[in-house]
Design a protein around this ligand. Sequence first.
Ligand code: MSP
Length: 611
Amino acid sequence: MLTNKLNTFRRYCAQASNPFYATTPIFYVNAAPHIGHLYSAVITDAICRYQRLRQPEQSLHLCTGTDEHGTKIQQAASAQAVPVAQYCDDISARYREVFAEAGIANTDFIRTTEGRHKQAVAQFWRTLNAREHIYSAAYSGWYCVSDETFLTDSQLRLDTASNTRFSLESGHPVEWTEETNYMFRLSNLQDDVLHWVKQGGRIRPGKFEKILLDMLSEPLPDVSVSRPTNRVHWAIPVPDDDSQTVYVWLDALINYLTSVGYPDEKFRSYWPPNVQVIGKDILKFHGIYWPAFLIAAGLEPPQQLFVHSHWTVDGQKMSKSKQNVVDPVVAAKTYTMEGLRYFLLREGVAHSDGNFSNVKALRILNSELADTLGNLLSRACAKSLNPRQVYPRLHAVQLDDLLRMDATKRLQDALQQIEARCAQHYADNNFYLVVDTVISTLHAANNFFETARPWELKRPIAAGGTDADAANTRNIENFERLETIIAMTMDTLRICGIVLQPIVPQLCGKLLDKLAVPQEQRLWRNLGECCFAMSPSISASNGNVTRPLGARTDAVLFRRIQLDESELLAAGQAYKPQEKRHTKPDVEENTSKQTKQKSNKKAGKSKKVAL
Ligand code: MSP
């Protein structure tokens, strides 16, 4: 007893003294948030929520925010004829609102225009300077305002008709710039950066490690880390030299330090970050510049960069000019924010681009959240089957009997594997595989429910004459069998609800509220308590009591979305029956393929209703 308490206390101390720190990129305020931005944030949020589910006692910091300095922001504000500070306030507030609505549980929202950040940047600059990593030089080159970076000739494409050069990677135009700048001795740090990247597992998925190693196979030039104030005035001044402002990428990257209290020494308790989530377009800045800046300042680079690919819309890059930018607030009117979160994490895979289409979103949400998950809860809670509105207990004899059915064995099998499989998928940030595993478990549960036919057990058998006792016994058996079927169904829903919390926290909160699962029993460690997954003898003793359902929560988890064809067309999404889903992932699973086929079949069925 005492040893147990001591172990719990030790575990608590170890977790509490070893905090977890995750970051999203900070978002440019030159335009309103779109689903690509939300994607970076939901991935980070799901990583953190999973961490909390596993280690609720650990302190955790999730930082997000807005990147507000530089020419790009100056230009966006002047195009709208709004003072730049007000412009930043407005767009930054929109990010904050969207993230709150999407359930992003950030513990900080940083803005690079805040005083605390300016102080951190000044201190970081002084440290680099004191350690002789900065020098002044005349510099000339092609500058891309949209990417906020200088580019080399090999990174450019010349359009001979207009005699204009464009960034090969982003497609944005560049301008010739000659100025005196402060330079950072990146060339001195090539080996250190390479050493960091090669430590294995630093850059995930592996595809992006290869891309980074490729970039590092060429000699790294020194980089400009300041701009003349008369060109870029909306920026942080270089300490002790007002004629220069700090390069926006150096300014922006330092936000990760500011958020944990740098330059105050307390920042060290969170440093280095456990995981920094970024999109593939900003790999060079986070995979080369950032570790180099940190090493130069005598600090440890992040433990891991998790890199995700991009969302296209109907196969096209999202852009204002194509008018195909998906605004999360608008999309949430159709799908709900929880639905949108589910879609992004269910359909997105880190290593290849995902395609957003209304038809696909509609099909997935209707078939999985409404028909597979929601419908099972409604059926188990239906007053006709469950008039007492309870989460009933299991009855050992009936359970034994039901476990002989193939459909029950399949469900039991799925439940026995769900914890280990999903733990692995979460550890790899393969959220789509977590969903695959959960949905295939729910398919097994729906199949079990159909096969067990609980509705046939609810009508009492009339007692007539001498058969009264036999009828009474049958009625008791039927009642107990009905309760056992509902209990097994509810237990499956409880397990799936716990597992899916990092992906759709509000929806799972509602599910677990309806099932009256106490808050402190919604943790990963509670997955081991499945009433029937292990063996009937364990199940009979394991918290097996009847309890009332949550009366204040209705049993409709996710309403089917009904859009007619004209509404879909109005949204600019033509129906494509043979949409290809993921390209080959790093880790492909048979189960995942099978589930995809099943769920596509199911989705096909719902097409008629959805359209
Ligand atoms: N401000 C810089 C980051 C500085 S971090 C120190 C920036 N901002 S951004 O607003 O342009 O992009 C923020 C994030 O959104 C990046 O991770 C980027 O990859 C992501 N996305 C932008 N467009 C995207 C898609 N179309 N799809 C998925 N993610 C995308 O870069």
